[in-house]
Write a protein of this length. Structure first.
Length: 551
């Protein structure tokens, strides 16, 4: 039997961390409605995207619409979907609003909690083969992407996804961002939150990067979300003698941007609490805009955001904030790989997906599972299996090219899309990662094709950034010390005086996520010297990465 790998510093959800991307003051934002190639619908004022442009979310036969008017789940007229309300927030791609990537239109399919059925995955494979490049990509928020959709009208894509249950709401499609612990054995709260979110008209105004999370008590996804529910077992495990832990026994801690502000709720209050937090964010964000500030996308972008939201959420619920648990910290994460015991003598089998890209063989293998869980580490889990079928699944996944054994060279290694899929990329980072990656342990490693750093882990990691002449290998900080945030070449400590994104997330106006769901900002100068001066040939990257993973 193999067990999950210890992965220090690799934050889940991302950022997911799932979250954030490059620096707003450096790169042009894809969220700007007047940027050619933007995923902003054509009916948004200032949009340069014609209705018949490839990659536009507006079908050529339905000007102004991001979805057919008769699509299930549409609660507004076709000419109102994809309005300027979304463009004012961000331009995150979705299943209705496609991004015009270098290799063709890209669609992101949100799957709350990372959960999808084998039948639904079979549909995505069929769509990828019929209209795309034949692959399905995993993102750092455990969502799925289809690339190179050159021959599909978005209206047809939307109907196929809706019929499979992958697009339950046209109005809330971009805000169904719910991370779930991969080994969460009862996903009922994820489902309940998704349904309640889609039923609340006001919450359709949330930014496409606002992230909810339902944790199983291990803390694997709670600390990277904007608002999350963490069962008290995590606090109790941190310190059995803690008064705060004892007082909250049997309750759920609600975290705001990973911070415990003392809000405890019953299990039956989790969904109302998270929804109330969403409303609190919108209220606070509106006040920021009224004062002349840019519209925030994440809780950390609000002035004193976590504290303000906790107070308003508690008031909405009619509860009193208690004392935060000083012992509650982000844990060392254990990525599900191999055979993992579950309740009732059942097991789960976890596998890494090399560079987050599922090909036809892997997709067909996974389709035979009743239920699958996509992880924020770009892996998959087949849960709820009889113990006697685990070894069979291990063999099947290995034959399909997935990694099920501890010690895989792909453990902790991820990348953005790079060339040829991304026009901004300076290298084919996937090919270079494949050529140079060796087995290793320690910090995660993320390869990026440009300074935007799409798909980066939220926690500390080694960043391998293409420069056009080679690669810069950096230590990228996590979110434990928000006063820093400057990636430094391996062996050089980051400076602390430079302005850096908090939690490796950008301020509003940063480039929108396209290839993966980005998290970290662009590398900043070290000691006022350009970071790209440390660029090395690809042949020297492996040795620097091996040294960098040791911290």
């Amino acid at each position: 039997m193999s067990f999950p790998l210890d992965r220090p510093g690799n934050a889940a959800g991302a950022p997911p961390g799932a979250t954030g991307d490059g620096r707003a003051d450096v790169l042009g934002s894809a969220a700007d409605a007047n940027v050619p190639g933007s995923a902003v619908p054509a009916n948004v004022p200032g949009s340069a995207v014609p209705a018949d442009m490839p990659g536009s979310a507006v079908p050529a036969d339905m000007p102004g619409s991001a979805v057919p008017a008769d699509m299930p789940g549409s609660a507004v007229p076709a000419d109102m979907l994809g309005s300027a309300v979304r463009a004012d927030s961000d331009a995150c791609p979705g299943a209705l609003r496609l991004h015009d990537a270098a290799d063709g239109p890209l669609a992101r399919v949100r799957i709350p909690g990372g959960r999808i059925t084998g039948t639904q995955l079979a549909l995505l494979r069929a769509l990828a083969e019929e209209w795309g490049d034949g692959h399905v990509e995993l993102t750092s928020r455990a969502n799925l992407q289809l690339r190179a959709l050159r021959d599909v009208a978005p209206a047809r894509l939307a109907k196929r996804l809706a019929a499979a249950g992958l697009l339950p709401s046209a109005t809330h499609e971009l805000v169904r961002n719910i991370a779930g612990s991969p080994l969460l054995e009862d996903p009922a709260q994820v489902t309940a939150l998704d349904e309640a979110l889609c039923a609340d008209p006001a919450l359709a105004a949330l930014p496409g990067r606002f992230l909810f999370a339902i944790d199983d008590g291990t803390g694997d996804v709670a600390h990277s979300a904007d608002v999350s529910a963490l069962p008290s077992s995590a606090a109790s495990a941190a310190s059995a003698a803690s008064a705060a832990s004892a007082a909250s026994a049997g309750s759920v801690t609600v975290l705001f941007a990973g911070r415990d502000l003392g809000l405890r709720v019953r299990h039956d209050q989790v969904v109302p609490a998270l929804l109330a937090a969403g409303h609190a964010f919108l209220t606070s964000a509106a006040r920021e805009v009224e004062t002349g500030r840019r519209r925030p996308w994440r809780v950390r972008e609000l002035a004193d955001g976590p504290a303000r939201m906790a107070a308003q959420t508690a008031a909405t619920l009619g509860v009193t904030l208690g004392e935060p648990d000083p012992h509650l910290t982000r844990p060392v994460l254990r990525e599900p790989i191999g055979i993992v015991p579950q309740r009732d003598a059942r097991v789960a089998v976890g596998a890494l997906v090399p560079l987050g890209r599922l090909g036809p063989d892997a997709l067909r293998t996974l389709e035979s599972a009743a239920t699958l869980v996509v992880t924020p580490w770009r892996g998959v889990v087949v849960p709820g299996l009889p113990a006697d079928s685990a070894e069979t699944w291990m063999r099947k996944l290995a034959r399909a090219g997935l990694e099920t054994a501890a010690g895989s060279r792909w453990a902790g290694v991820t990348s953005c899309a790079g060339r040829p899929g991304c026009a901004k990329a300076l290298a084919d980072v996937r090919a270079d990662a494949d050529a140079t990656t060796r087995p290793g342990a320690g910090l995660p490693v993320h390869w990026v094709g440009c300074a935007r750093g799409c798909g980066s882990p939220a926690g500390p990691h080694v960043r391998v950034e293409a420069t056009g002449t080679g690669y810069l290998v950096c230590h990228a900080p996590g979110n434990a010390k928000p006063t820093t945030g400057v990636p430094a070449p391996v062996g050089v400590k980051p400076t602390t005086g430079a302005s850096a994104p908090v939690n490796n997330e950008p301020t509003t106006g940063a480039p929108a996520p396209v290839n993966n769901e980005p998290t970290t900002g662009a590398p900043a100068p070290v000691n006022n010297e350009p970071a790209m001066g440390a660029s090395v040939p690809v042949g020297e990257v492996a040795a620097l990465v091996a040294a960098g993973r040791k911290g």
